[in-house]
Design a binder for this molecule. Structure first.
Ligand SMILES: Cc1ncc(COP(=O)(O)O)c(C=O)c1O
Length: 317
């Protein structure tokens, strides 16, 4: 029999798929993180952060977990909380899709929605609200932006999986940067095995990581990636180069990859793919691996809604 003891034992070991319709040269592969049981790459770090907190005595049975999240980390934490008997309060910015909020409530989490267009230091911002909640007794905030178990989960699992799945042939790693946990941990694991692996961070236009470009830091529509501050979870020294991708490019690629490859990725995955295609074209001798963090199902009312795209100036996507 092959029966896992619980849903948490189904996290990780996600498939790596060659995208040869999108990129006929054949040197591009994508890791499908939406096949995790909670539907995204964040299942990995949710489990890692909770296990670390338990080991350090920060979480006791019946405690409440509080996390400011764009949704996927909340779902991962909600799944872990359900199995391990914790309560979860997810604090979200109002630019996040309604589907993401509904999904968290389905798992039994409480959702607190905060305005997007305020400074992170503003008491109304989702960072500040989460901090206030987390300071209460019996409440614990994993803080994916600073928790070493965020990059740690990827160093322990995502990176080694890619190494094994490519038989050590991976030449370039192209990953969208949000908290920076995925790129930091995965790159560390791969560079430890082969220091020549070329690591490329993909950043939405308007995010701080590539804000030296035209326009500086401003809001954008691609969810889950980019920041307006530098998180501690991100070690920028792992990054050899950046690719900057516009909302229009990210949304157009999200729509293209499902039609051409049958892969329903989220918009941050579309963004990562735009960067990965550029790298794969520039480096034909490298096997390029990218990570698609979640599913396009989270964005049906945005990326796959023609009226929504039109009203946001992306009607041609
Ligand atoms: C949809 C989505 N894509 C990409 C990322 C970025 O991953 P990381 O935070 O590991 O940099 C996140 C995380 O916030 C996300 O929710």
């Amino acid at each position: 029999m092959d029966i896992r003891p619980d849903v948490l034992a189904a996290i990780g070991e996600t498939p790596l798929i060659r995208l040869s319709r999108l990129h006929p040269a054949g040197n591009l592969a994508a890791k499908l993180e939406h096949t995790n049981p909670g539907g995204s790459v964040k299942d990995r770090i949710a489990l890692g952060m909770v296990e670390r907190a338990e080991a350090l005595g920060h979480l006791r049975p019946g405690d409440t977990i509080v996390e400011p999240t764009s949704g996927n980390t909340g779902v991962g934490l909600a799944m872990v909380a359900a199995i391990k008997g914790y309560r979860l309060i997810a604090v979200m910015a109002d630019k996040q899709s309604k589907e993401k909020q509904d999904l968290l409530r389905a798992y039994g989490a409480e959702v607190v929605v905060c305005p997007t267009d305020v400074d992170p230091d503003d008491p109304a911002s989702y960072y500040s609200v989460a901090e206030d909640l987390a300071s209460r007794p019996g409440h614990y905030r994993p803080d994916q932006y600073a928790n070493p178990a965020n990059p740690g989960a990827h160093e322990l699992a995502t990176g080694p999986e890619i190494w094994r799945q490519t038989d050590g042939q991976v030449g370039a790693l192209v990953i969208g940067v949000g908290t920076g946990g995925t790129i930091t941990g995965t790159a560390r694991a791969l560079k430890a095995r082969n220091p020549a692996v070329h690591v490329v961070g993909v950043d939405p236009v308007g995010s701080i990581y590539t804000a030296a470009g035209p326009g500086g830091v401003h809001t954008y529509l691609t969810e889950g990636v980019g920041e307006d501050f530098w998180p501690d979870a991100f070690d920028p020294s792992v990054v050899d180069a950046y690719e900057q991708v516009s909302d229009a490019e990210a949304f157009a690629m999200t729509r293209r990859v499902v039609r051409e490859e049958g892969v329903l990725a989220g918009v941050s995955g579309g963004m990562a793919l735009v960067g990965a295609l550029r790298v794969a074209a520039r480096r034909p001798d490298d096997l390029v691996v990218t990570v698609l963090p979640d599913s396009g199902r989270n964005y049906l009312s945005k990326a796959f809604d023609d009226e929504w795209l039109e009203s946001h100036g992306m009607g041609e996507a």
